[in-house]
Ligand binder design. Structure first.
Ligand code: COA
Length: 330
């Protein structure tokens, strides 16, 4: 019997801005210090997009152009492009269409998915369906956020955490057992009051008052988010392992959302996964929201082997969260 067709990641590429914002820079901006930020978050520096006129679509376009070159794919071959982001260039039109135009993907359609830090995971699970059911053969999935555009650099609770970045993967069909095997995605809208941007949407359109009250920035109840993040990632990883009759020992790599080093440590500890199997780059980039999972994959790509069992897990605003199990394809 022929093997089932699955969507496999056949290439990954990331892009981050050159400009760095270090903990020492932040010491000059708000009442904080390198020791506090390092011990509480594990972050040393983040990248900030300061190129005049550049926005999320430009970071995505750079990541996708690199991906297409690396995988020998012509832009016209891309059939679908999905972007996980909460910092699209504009409220409409969506950023996926802009990116298709910027990279010359004339035959593609696409859309953005708003699931905050789980954006890449949601987009990956979505794109994989179109490949696994044989509708399309080349789907690009991007996770990208220009968090610097919605961060209040006078608020020490949030400005030390976030950074800018983008990463893209190519999904193609494979019948050799590799590719995306399973996922568990969750959402709980009652979490919306703990991590959100108050104004700018239809509930509270922009006015001089909303701007004066600094309502167009990220607000979060860090402690609560921390607790739910650990719980959500651990529970869904366990669920996906159980559904696939896997033990923790069968896992070669865990790619966790890079929200806070203490969250990553706590997830690994709860799952009893040794830290050598956990991908980490938070010290360099901070939390790039939908960018983190792809950027980790990009950095660790050389260490992955064909057939490796990899678990991706994320938690973000919404609340949204989940875990995805794949077998590395190359
Ligand atoms: N520098 C110095 N002190 C700071 C600070 C900073 N950048 N940010 C907060 N503090 C202060 C607080 O004001 C508080 O002071 P107080 O005790 O006088 O009130 C103290 O440090 C402790 O704050 P607390 O919020 O309890 O710290 P924490 O250990 O929970 O760490 C976060 C704060 C934000 C780093 C942490 O809660 C976190 O990472 N949460 C998850 C955030 C996240 O990942 N969000 C993205 C979506 S997944």
């Amino acid at each position: 019997m022929p093997n089932k067709i699955r969507a496999a990641i056949t290439g990954v590429h990331g892009w981050v801005p050159e400009d760095k914002l270090t903990n020492f820079d932040l010491e000059k901006m708000v009442d904080t210090n390198d020791e506090w930020i390092t011990s509480r978050t594990g972050i040393k520096e983040r990248r900030i997009l300061r190129k005049p006129g550049w926005a999320t679509s430009d970071m995505c376009a750079e990541a996708v152009k690199g991906l297409l070159e690396k995988t020998g794919t012509r832009p016209e071959e891309v059939e679908m492009l999905i972007i996980g982001t909460i910092t699209g260039d504009m409220i409409f039109p969506d950023t996926a269409n802009t990116v298709c135009d910027k990279i010359g993907a004339k035959n593609a359609f696409g859309y953005d998915i708003n699931a905050a830090c789980s954006g890449f995971l949601y987009a990956l699970a979505t794109g994989a369906q179109f490949v696994a059911n044989e509708t399309y053969k080349k789907v690009v999935v991007v996770g990208a956020d220009m968090m610097s555009s919605i961060i209040d650099y006078t608020d020490r609770n949030t400005c030390v955490i976030f950074g800018d970045g983008a990463a893209a993967v190519l999904l193609e069909p494979r019948a050799d057992g590799t590719g995306i095997q399973d996922f568990v995605l969750r959402a709980d809208g009652s979490g919306r009051e703990f991590l959100f941007m108050k104004s700018g949407g239809s509930k509270s359109p922009p006015t001089p008052e909303t701007v004066a009250n600094r309502e167009h920035f990220v607000y979060q109840d860090g402690k609560r988010v921390f607790k739910y993040a650990v719980e959500g990632m651990v529970t869904t990883v366990r669920e996906v392992l159980k559904r696939n009759q896997l033990d923790v020992g069968d896992i070669d790599w865990v790619i966790p959302h890079q929200a806070n080093m203490r969250i990553i440590n706590s997830v690994a500890e709860n799952l009893k996964v040794p830290m050598e199997k956990v991908t980490i780059n938070i010290s360099k980039y901070g939390n790039t929201t939908a960018g983190t999972l792809g950027l980790c994959m990009w950095e660790y790509e050389d260490r992955f082997k064909k057939g490796d069992n990899i678990i991706l897990t994320a938690f973000g605003g919404g609340f949204t969260w989940g875990s995805l199990y794949l077998k590395w394809a190359y």
